[in-house]
Structures are given as C-alpha cells and as structure tokens.
Design a protein around this ligand. Structure first.
Ligand code: ZN
Length: 286
C-alpha cells in the first residue's frame, strides 16, 4: 500500500493515480492524514477492497505534501552507516545516537528551501513512519509497529549543529524546510526486503551519496526496539534512520549547498524527493 497527501488530503496511490481516502471509504475514514494514521488497520482493509476504478485522480507531483505533516515525535539517528561514521572521524557507535528534528521543519517532497546563514549540508535518509502505539517492542516484532517507509532529507546547518561543546544537533537541523519527506509512505510488505533498499543522493545530477540500507548499524527494527524501550512511540512518529557517507562537510574541500542547487534523494521502491535552494532575503534590523 502506498499512502500520500495530495492537496492536503490523504490519498491512496496506485500507479500514477490516486484515490481520496475519505471519498473511497464513504466518509468512514478521515481525509486528515494524522487522524488516518490512528486507523491504520482499517485503512489496509479499505485498500485491499478498492478496485482500480476508484483511483480517479491524476497525481500532480507538485501537489503532494509531507505524507505525515504533523508527527508528535521526530527521532533522528547520527552515524548509523559505518562509512559515514568513519568519514566523520568516529568509530561506529555502540548505542544509537538520537536527536530530534523539531516538527515545524517538515515539508513535502518538492520544495524550495531558503538557505539560512551558515553552512547547509545534505543527508539522504530512510524515514520510518510509526503505525501504532508501541512501547517496549521486541526487535523481532518491531516491523509490526511500522506503518511504512518514506524518503527524507536531514538538512543540517553545520555551524550551529557543531558549535557547542558538547555539540547539540537538533536546532541546526530544524530550520524551516529542513525536513522534506515523501513522496509516499510505502508499507513494509511492498518490498522484497525492507531492510535492504538502495539509497541515493544527487546534487545537481551528480551522485554524492550511494549505499544500501542494509549497511545501517542499527536497522529499523532495532531502532524501534531501542527507542520504544524508553519512549512510547505514537502513530505518525517519524524515525530518520541516519545517512550514508558522502555528506558535504566531510568532502575535501568541504562543499555546502548554495542558491540554485538542486538536491534529489531517491530510495528504491519508494520514489524521490527534490529540493531547490535559494538565498534568504536579507532582513535589516528595525
Ligand atoms: Zn541525519
């Protein structure tokens, strides 16, 4: 099953066409994606019963929004791919290194991002969407807690991210537009192996990041188990699962996003998101 948000309403996607969830369910399920995530099992029953004719809306990719626009909790994980840990100068961590992206930074799959002052970098990431209330999940059953997977960018302003001692990650990763996601949430059963997906980041058409999610030190089920050992996870919560090697601040010389750049992030079986970057209009102090 593939779920998206089109013109602000939850839709199911089949091929390049969409079915509005509220209309297709005769009003029994809500158009609000956050309310819908509370009724994931009923949505799956609806989707299984829908004929192709129900998919009567053509999808305009520019009209897609964040598939999960208002999660209550957003987790993100640092240094979860060994080559990225190595390029950052660290040995692979023994515990997940967890921070947050504050939810106001979330955005849809095709956006223009204003570059704040500083050094803005890219991080292509798999994002897991929680589908049910989950506390103290076992790793073996953790996939049952996951509604689906989507594509994300953990955009990061490195000066504010790294200036403290110890550094604190969350603010520098939460400027407006710094959490683009989409284009769809894909349920785990749609993949041959949801633990092994090709992930690619392209800057102006050049591949800068490329790996497979099976390289992750803490795969999605282990992240769900370890996070939920402490925090009850709620429907719609997001887990940004970490980035492969190839971020800009570890290049020699370092490279950062500049106005006019185009960043494409792609994950096998899900799709791609596309960000353009512009300068922030200067505001003089009053
Ligand atoms: Zn990240």
């Amino acid at each position: 099953m593939r779920l998206a948000v089109l013109y602000g309403h939850a839709v199911l996607i089949r091929g390049d066409r969409a079915a509005g969830v509220r209309v297709a369910s005769n009003g029994r399920l809500p158009a609000d994606p956050m309310a819908l995530l509370e009724q994931w099992d009923r949505l799956r029953v609806l989707e299984a019963s829908l004929p192709d004719e129900a998919y009567d809306i053509e999808v305009d990719p520019d009209a897609l929004g964040a598939p999960v626009p208002r999660p209550r909790q957003v987790f993100a994980v640092a240094l979860n791919y060994p080559p990225h840990a190595a390029e950052a100068g660290f040995t692979p961590p023994e515990e997940p290194l967890v921070f947050t992206k504050f939810p106001t930074c979330l955005a849809g799959p095709r956006t223009t991002v204003e570059l704040p002052e500083g050094k803005v970098d890219w991080e292509a990431e798999l994002v897991a969407v929680i589908g049910r209330h989950t506390h103290r999940a076992s790793e073996e059953r953790a996939w049952e807690a996951v509604a689906g997977l989507t594509v994300g960018q953990d955009l990061s302003e490195r000066v504010s991210q790294l200036q403290g001692k110890p550094a604190q990650f969350s603010l520098g990763k939460s400027f407006p537009g710094f959490g683009p996601t989409g284009p769809v949430v894909v349920t785990p059963d749609e993949f041959d192996d949801p633990d092994d997906l090709e992930i690619t980041g392209l800057l102006n058409g050049e591949v800068v990041q490329h790996d497979r999610t099976k390289s992750m030190i803490f795969p999605v089920p282990e992240l769900v188990a370890r996070l939920s050992a402490v925090v009850p996870l709620l429907p719609g919560d997001l887990v940004f699962a970490g980035t492969p090697a190839g971020v800009g601040n570890r290049m020699n010389p370092p490279r950062y996003l500049t106005p006019g750049d185009e960043l494409v992030t792609r994950i096998e079986g899900i799709g791609e998101i596309r960000q353009h970057f512009t300068a922030v209009p200067r505001r003089d102090a009053p």
